[in-house]
Design a protein around this ligand. Sequence first.
Ligand code: ARE
Ligand code: CA
Length: 474
Amino acid sequence: QHNPHWWGNRNTIVHLFEWKWSDIAQECESFLGPRGFAGVQVSPVNENIIAAGRPWWERYQPISYKLTTRSGNEEEFGDMVRRCNDVGVRIYVDVLLNHMSGDFDGVAVGTAGTEAEPRKKSFPGVPYTAQDFHPTCEITDWSDRFQVQQCELVGLKDLDQSSDWVRSKLIEFLDHLIELGVAGFRVDAAKHMASEDLEYIYSSLSNLNIDHGFPHNSRPFIFQEVIDHGHETVSRDEYKDLGAVTEFRFSEEIGNAFRGNNALKWLQSWGTGWGFLPSGQALTFVDNHDNQRDAGAVLNYKSPRQYKMATAFHLAYPYGISRVMSSFAFDDHDTPPPQDAQERIISPEFDEDGACVNDWICEHRWRQIYAMVGFKNAVRTTEITGWWDNGDNQISFCRGNKGFLAINNNLYDLSQDLNTCLPAGTYCDVISGSLIDGSCTGKSVTVNDNGYGYIHIGSDDFDGVLALHVDAKV
Ligand code: ARE
Ligand code: CA
C-alpha cells in the first residue's frame, strides 16, 4: 500500500500540523490546489483527552473514535475531505492504533464529551476494557522487542492488536475515514506494534471511496512512523513491504549536511547510497513535528536560510515520497498551537504576500518552498543528470532537460558557467522571484545553445539556492 494516489503530476505532501478542518478546506481551494500540492497530512481526527494548557500532544492520547477534536467535528472533516479532493489535494490522517491515553486522575472527559477512566483502562466510548490492553510495563530497554511492542510508550495504555475485538474496532475506525474520502494514513508509533498485526489490519481495510474520484480497487496509502537509526531490534525492514516508512536517517543527514557538518559534494550519492530505504518505500522530510522540537542535527524554521536550502535539495533530488512540514511557532516541547482565551485553535491569517502572521509559520507558504513544490511537479519523471560540485559546499545538477538546481553553502560566491541541461532561452530563478506577466521578479539566467548559463549565488545573497525549470521560462 505504497501508492499515495496523487492527482495529475503532483507529488508533495504538506503536514498542516494542528490546523482546523475548515481552514484546511479553504487552504486546499485557495493555495494548495493552485500551487500544485498533492496532499495534506492532518493531525489526529479522533477524540482525545484534554490536557492542562492544551499542548499539541494531547491529540496523541485517544479517548474514543468519535471524530471531534479541536480541529473540528465529523461534518467539518467530511466537508474538508470533499473540498480538497475536488481540487486534486488528497487527505492523509494521522492515526493512533498503538494506544489510548495515559494515566489521568479520576474520570477524564474528552474533546467530544466522552468520559473514560484511563487508570482503569476503561474507555466506554469505544468500548475498551482492561482485557483489550497489554499488561502495564515500562519501556526501559529499546532493544527488547517485547518491551517496545507490548509495554507502554511514555505511559500510554497499550492496545493488544492481536485481539479480534481491538482489530475490529481499529478497522471500523479506519474504514469510516475511508468512507469519508481520505486517501490514506500516517500510522503513529508503528514500531510499537507487531508487523503481523498491522498487516492483518491494513489488508482488511476497504478500498478507497470511488465517489471521491479514486479508481476502483484503490488501496489506502499507508506510511508508518518507525524511527530506525539502525541499532534497535525492531527495524524498518519489518514494515517497509506493508507500506511506506518514515526515513528518519534522511532528516538527520540532510540537517547535518546543510548545517555544514558534511560537505554538500557527498550528496551526489544521496538516497539508497546513504543506507536509506528504497525510494518508493521512504517517506522523506527535513523535519517532522517531533524532531523539530529536539535540539540536534535536524533543521527547522528557526534556521531559515539553511532550512530553505535543505528543502530545495529535498524537493529537487529524485528520492522518496516528500513531505513538507508546516509548523506553528514554539518555544518548548509543550507550546500549544495558536489559540484564543477559550482555548479554541485560531485560524491562520496572511499578510499581503500570503505569508502567515499570527504564530502560524506556514513554511509551505514561503515562496522558496512552494516554488520547489512547483519545480518537483515540472520535473516529474526525469532522472538526475549533470552533477557538478566544487569539491566542497557548492553543487548543481539537472533533472533531465526540465530543471536545474544550484546551491552555495560556502562562505564565498558561486559565479561561473554551469551546464543547466535546459533548452536555450531565459529562465526565472524561482527562489529569488517568480515569472510574472512574462518577466522575472528575481534573478534570471540565459541558457545558450549548449545548455550552459552563467550562475551567480553570492555568499551574502538572501538565499543560497537558485532553481530553474521549464514552467518558468520567459
Ligand atoms: C505526553 C507527555 C509524557 C507523558 C505522556 C502520557 O509528554 O511525559 O508520559 O504524555 O501522559 C507525543 C509527545 C509526547 C506525549 C505523547 C502523548 O511527543 O511527549 O507524551 O504525544 O501525549 C518514540 C516512539 C515514536 C514517538 C516518539 C515521541 O518510537 O513512535 O517516541 N512518536 C509518535 C508521535 C509523537 C507522539 C507519540 C508517538 C505518541 O510522533 O508525537 O508523542 O502517540 C529513539 C527511539 C524512538 C523514540 C525516540 C524518542 O530515537 O528509537 O523509537 O521514539 O527515541 O523517545
Ligand atoms: Ca504496543
